[in-house]
Design a protein around this ligand. Sequence first.
Ligand code: BGC
Length: 740
Amino acid sequence: MNSKKALSKFSKIALIFIFIFLKTPDAFSQKNHSMAHENNAVESKIDSIISLLTLEEKVDMCHAQSKFSTKGVERLGIPEIWMSDGPHGVRAEISWDSWDFAGWTNDSITAFPALTCLAATFNPELSGAFGYSLGEEARYRKKDVLLGPGVNIYRTPLNGRNFEYMGEDPFLASKMVVPYIKGVQKNGVAACVKHYALNNQELWRNQVNVEVSDRALYEIYLPAFKAAVIDGGVWSLMGAYNKFRGQYCCHNELLLNKILKKDWGFDGVVVSDWSGAHNTYESAMFGLDIEMGTGTDGLGSTTANHYDHYYLATPFLKSLKAGDIDESVVNDKVRRILRLMYRTNMSSNRPLGRKNNQEHHDVARKVATEGIVLLKNKNNFFPIKDENITIAVIGENATRSMTAGGGSSELKPQFEISPLEGLKMRYKNATIVHSMGYATGPSVYDAVIPSKLDADSLRVEAIKVAKNADIVLFFGGLNKSHLQDCEGADREQFNLPFGQDELLNDILRVNKNVGYILVSGNAVEMPWLNSINGVIQTWYLGSMAGYAIADVISGDVNPSGKLPFSFPVKLQDNAAHSFGELSYPGKDYNQVYKEDILVGYRWHDTKKIAPLYAFGHGLSYTSFNITDIKVDKKAYTPQDKIKLTCQVTNTGDLEGAEVVQVYIGKQKSKVKRALKELKGFQKINLKSGGQKAVEITIDAANLAFYDESISDWNLEKGDYIIYVGNASNNIAETIKVNIK
Ligand code: BGC
């Protein structure tokens, strides 16, 4: 074709495209049009575009062109898609072709608290603000897809990635994930809910084959994903690395084609986890739409563009051309990708985004303060009001950056206030002396590289500092290095690392006035618990960490966070660990979730194994009463809503917030049941002496169990017990109701 002809062909196509793009009423700007009309308009634009694309162009849209982007089609003005991690902040810019940082100077962001903290707020509205702010930052950074949130269920405290997720309860995770997604997507940025599904450990994540019953799958591991899709309307989803029932989750017929796309009607894009695709035919046929991050077996060094070797690149094109795979398969993927584009980078009225602004910092601080959980407070050790004292701040976690490390959720914040800085700013008149206490070394591989610092002299120094102080605040826990709270591996021990237990015992010998500040995204063993006065769980709090911790320690903010997972006394008390190797970590890369539906508090409750700290537990500096607990009827039909009301009174001297938690259980059932399951909650703020009526509505249909004999939900008739309290192990009252 000579250049004139080519030009005229190009301009014809371009004109058609411009006509389609401009002349068709723009779905996103016509506010009065019905959703159906908007969808139809977009779908017919997509039809027209698909008819203009060559097979090569279609295939090009289905795989990466760089570490975090996919190709557009320049001649039709179809843009590239740009993605970025992650769940609690937009990751620094990564190079085109390697994991190295691009070295930009304009990519620092607000680090928001990690999602365990967000879940601990039990505040869905705040989750919406979190998602919106994060989406604004992603938009400012010109991202079309934000690779988060993660909603894998907390099954074992050893999972290195629990800190990125929303805890052990499917109902809590579902309620928290929906507003987050809506918030992100209001910015014309797609959330990408991950890792679908059963990626509940990092150890062997690329090999392990998970076997779990249908019941546990539907009742425990899928609900948060389902809520993300159906209630949150999420635009993309990431497959998990592991296998489920013998098939990799990134191309899994049951999970992706049947459950996600058919049963839940997901109309968005399935993205592979980076290197999660393993086969062309399965990727094409079993639900994957965009392949990312695949290694190329060294083929990259022999050709100009190793992305051509992706399973959904040249091999896919060949299969399509040979007729082994029908063109409708690639058309469906391209349709989904274009739909995502109309929602994001081809939408005509996306806001521009913002980053590092005051509002985002405020949201980050609010989430951080609301998510911090006061676990223990003997003799009102906290809040620390007296300023004319000497405070010994012991531990590396008082100063260590917790936004670096952890894997793909690492961040490059514009600033990060450490706990020590926060305390110094808050307690201007106090004498604050910091001593590192224990040694971990500087890299993210701390746990495997011995520190150059001398452990003995650190210990001696810390004991000296503690001895001379009025109060000791020990900032310990885990960190974001390998084998701690970090992607790619699990923790190897349930107790605290780096000799913290011994150091704490040594300190207790010289000063009994000790509070422990647990910086972690996971439960840890606390053999010293009875000897210390207070424990605060502070998670990974991001940019505003130090401010938020000082807010709570000083009582400027009254803590109201509740644990989104149980703390077992010892590892074997956790359900997954009580069944031996096959249950965790698996044998020969095969794993069976033997505890079945009894995950977290469901296990502790049902088996009567008291946890160290229960799901839903969290203290306050004030006290609350939950009284007048009533339901509107004695008996309900499956279509009914159960209306539960109660009065909450702040009986203490300070303003504060309480979370009313409603659990429901069925004692007589044809299947095994957990004693009780969370079915509703509400957080309310009350002034000292204040009282408020709380109403919580529960669909009777939500009491159904997943019946394997009919492969569907089954609402059993009969009596159910409703438990109302402020923690799974602190129930104020129970009520019996009947389902007719
Ligand atoms: C992680 C994902 C992440 C991706 C891209 C993978 O290793 O599992 O969560 O989004 O990398 O960085």
